[in-house]
Design a protein around this ligand. Structure first.
Ligand code: SF4
Ligand code: SF4
Length: 138
């Protein structure tokens, strides 16, 4: 299996439900996260927009940490990861990249079909997990 995650940034509303679902589902400690949601705005913390009122803007990016297991026990049972299961905007898709019928492959084909740019963070030597792709038409 070649499990991968696809994050549609155009659907992410920065709600942190993915992070909370992971925390609850995987019984993580209060200060432990396996995915964190970054705000791309003024660079001064969560939900701080860039720009000058009324021209304010910000976007969000879930960043998967190296401790993320892709919910291996659930994946082995054919279940979605907790974060994917609970995202209210369907911004997350997970599955076998080698299977054209998987949720990951289907969603990747959908976003590429609407002209989205798809890329992967360079996880080497960083605090990000490999095999997480991002897509945005912006
Ligand atoms: S990926 Fe989904 S659950 Fe996570 S912050 Fe974005 S919209 Fe919320
Ligand atoms: S895939 Fe599983 S372990 Fe990784 S962030 Fe999502 S819920 Fe947590």
């Amino acid at each position: 299996m070649a499990y991968q995650m696809l994050v549609d940034l155009d659907r992410c509303v920065g709600c942190w439900t993915c992070a909370m679902a992971c925390k609850v589902g995987n019984h993580l400690a209060d200060d432990e996260y396996r995915v964190e949601v970054e705000t791309h705005g003024s660079g001064k913390g969560i939900d701080r927009p860039a720009g000058v009122y009324p021209d304010l803007h910000m976007t969000w990016q879930p960043v998967y940490l190296p401790t993320c297991t892709f919910c291996a026990p659930r994946a082995a049972e054919g279940e979605k990861p907790f974060c994917v299961n609970c995202c209210p905007t369907l911004a997350l898709a997970f599955g076998n990249a080698e299977d054209a019928e998987s949720a990951f492959s289907q969603e990747k084909a959908r976003v590429e079909g609407r002209g989205a740019r798809v890329w992967e963070l360079d996880s080497a030597g960083t605090q990000t997990r490999a095999n997480v792709l991002y897509a945005t038409a912006r």
